[in-house]
Write a protein that binds this ligand. Structure first.
Ligand code: ACM
Ligand code: ZN
Length: 302
């Protein structure tokens, strides 16, 4: 089951040298594709803090996760070293990816370490951050780190994308919000005048099973996402039955959709392509086809 782990490192040998990344970026560009990297911060950072334990709140030691999921250990948002580290990483990333956007993550960052960490609490005091009826001071501390990185990147002519958790606090100016749990978060961002991208897991996460007959499929994320479900994704539809329709102006802030194939369960390129197809064609249909022209009969005959 997906709660059992084999301890075999995934993606071994699947890292890139700078030269290889340049090659990927250039090849994609020749096909009219812009590659946008994601450096997920300040959570999902076990690789970094296992290697540089001083970047965590307690100083470690830490181990790289051997299981699926979220870690309570995240980057310490109180220490100056963290900001310097992130700026160095992002500087290097900017040199490799000419895209206008850099995705800086912001998802799934538990606040339990920050609540107890003297460095994080000192930063909260220094910035005068307070709990309010909507969010905790620690959420505003995350907004601070996102904004700092956004401003750093703006200085390099880049805009940021971040996951919908950026709404828990203050959105960095000019940031684009990517929704992964519910469309309604993208809509919320659009209503605030921010661009947003729909990447909702129920429709667009291609690391999920393609068939209900899981025995015959390669091990995948536990749930089932058939091609017709992907095809049926409606970026403008809210999960809230009572939500008002987006205005045309708000709709213009929904700038596209994205599918994710997280590769923890994926063994190599052939497997990756198996997971992508034919669902990626359905994503293209959602992305590019005017709703009035969408036609399952035409699409499925392909
Ligand atoms: C996500 O799937 N945590 C963006
Ligand atoms: Zn800390």
């Amino acid at each position: 089951t997906s709660k059992e782990y084999d301890g075999i490192p995934y993606g071994e040998g699947m890292w890139y040298t700078q030269e290889q990344i340049r090659d990927v970026v250039e090849y994609a560009m020749s096909k009219g594709i812009t590659v946008i990297p994601e450096i997920d911060l300040p959570g999902h950072m076990m690789g970094a803090i296992a290697t540089y334990p001083h970047l965590g709140c307690s100083g470690g030691p830490y181990e790289v996760l051997r299981r699926w999921g979220i870690s309570n250990d995240v980057l310490c948002a109180g220490k100056q070293e963290t900001y310097t580290f992130l700026e160095n990483v992002l500087e290097e990333v900017c040199g490799l990816f000419p895209a206008e956007y850099i995705h800086i993550g912001g998802d799934e960052c538990p606040k339990v370490r920050w609540e107890k960490c003297p460095h994080c609490q000192a930063k909260i005091a220094e910035l005068g951050l307070k709990d309010d009826e909507k969010h905790s001071a620690e959420h505003y501390l995350q907004s601070h780190i996102m904004r700092q990185m956004s401003e750093f990147l703006a200085g390099k002519g880049k805009k940021i994308i971040g996951w919908e958790e950026m709404l828990q606090g203050e959105l960095p100016e000019g940031s684009t919000v990517m929704a992964w749990r519910k469309n309604k978060y993208a809509h919320q961002a659009a209503r605030l005048g921010h661009d947003a991208i729909i990447s909702t897991r129920t429709f667009l996460y291609l690391d999920r099973y393609q068939s209900e007959d899981k025995e015959k499929e390669p091990l995948a994320h536990s749930s089932y996402l058939p091609v017709d479900m992907v095809w049926s994704c409606d970026p403008y539809l809210s999960e809230d039955k009572d939500a008002e329709q987006l205005t045309e102006k708000e709709k213009s802030h929904i700038i596209g959709v994205q599918s994710n194939i997280w590769t923890e369960y994926i063994s190599g390129n052939t497997h990756l392509e198996y997971m992508a197809n034919p669902r990626m064609a359905a994503v293209a249909e959602v992305q590019w086809c005017q709703p009035e022209n969408k036609d399952w009969e035409r699409f499925s005959k392909g």
